[in-house]
Ligand binder design. Structure first.
Ligand SMILES: Nc1ncnc2c1ncn2[C@@H]1O[C@H](COP(=O)(O)OP(=O)(O)O)[C@@H](O)[C@H]1O
Ligand SMILES: [Mg+2]
Length: 224
């Protein structure tokens, strides 16, 4: 069953002078690992923001697990429960350790401090950083920081993980390792993954590639 559906999605800026999204239709099955590729400015980030309920479209409909986002009253709560985000620049807080950064999304949960710590530790081990819990972001490599960001995105147990160029700022070897990690998470948890990348080699690790151009989906294909 589709966990994400979009119908004729538009996002216009400047009274329609800029059509960041210009009629996108798509359907993503629960558990799919989808890569979105396309040139800079083609609307990839805008699409992720809409699908992740970070922003609302000018027109069109988005259903997440059958629920119309336009009808969802508590969008922030919905987002917190359902979606995890990873951005190109990891957005870690520089004065907090890896473990504290991963705990941040749990602050609004009912978990006690010790439970939050153990959850953060478990996720950092999962991404291969079990021995780096107390490191500040400045003591980690670019690839390691992205792993912390992935652990943080997973900490609330989202059904959908959305990543916007998660490998955009790391070298190609680490890019491949990050995609392998995402794939492992996808396989072992059945979490739906939506990853934007400009790197075709990275995209080929997904189950399906959606190609964008000028605010449209131009092509859908199975990955190699
Ligand atoms: N807040 C905004 N105001 C005006 N134009 C925007 C805004 N956000 C994005 N755009 C424009 O929308 C288009 C798509 O942007 P974006 O989704 O960021 O593309 P991509 O992620 O594929 O590089 C670009 O032309 C961009 O300049
Ligand atoms: Mg972008």
């Amino acid at each position: 069953m589709a966990i994400i559906e979009a119908y004729d999605l538009m996002k216009h800026y400047d009274d329609g002078a800029i059509k960041a999204l210009d009629g996108v239709d798509l359907s993503i099955e629960e558990g799919e690992f989808v890569a979105i590729i396309g040139p800079s400015g083609s609307g990839k980030s805008t699409l992720l923001h809409m699908l992740g309920a970070l922003d609302s479209p000018t027109s069109g409909r988005i259903l997440i697990d059958g629920v119309d986002l336009a009808a969802e009253r508590d969008l922030a709560g919905f987002r917190r429960r359902t979606v995890g985000f990873v951005f190109q620049l990891h957005n870690l807080i520089p004065t907090l350790t890896a473990e504290e950064n991963v705990e941040i999304p749990l602050v609004e949960s009912r978990l006690k401090r010790l439970e939050r710590r153990s959850r953060a530790k478990e996720l950092l081990s999962r991404v291969g950083l079990g021995k780096r819990l107390d490191n500040l972001p400045t003591k980690l490599s670019g690839g390691e920081r992205q792993r912390v960001a992935i652990a943080r995105a997973l900490v609330n147990g989202p059904r959908i993980l959305i990543a916007d160029e998660p490998t955009g700022a790391v070298d190609s070897e680490n890019s491949v390792r990050i995609m392998e990690l995402l794939k492992e998470i996808n396989r072992s948890t059945g979490m739906t993954l939506l990853v934007v990348t400009h790197d075709p080699e990275v995209a080929e690790r997904a189950d399906r590639i959606i190609r964008m151009l000028d605010g449209h989906v131009v092509e859908r294909e199975a990955a190699a």
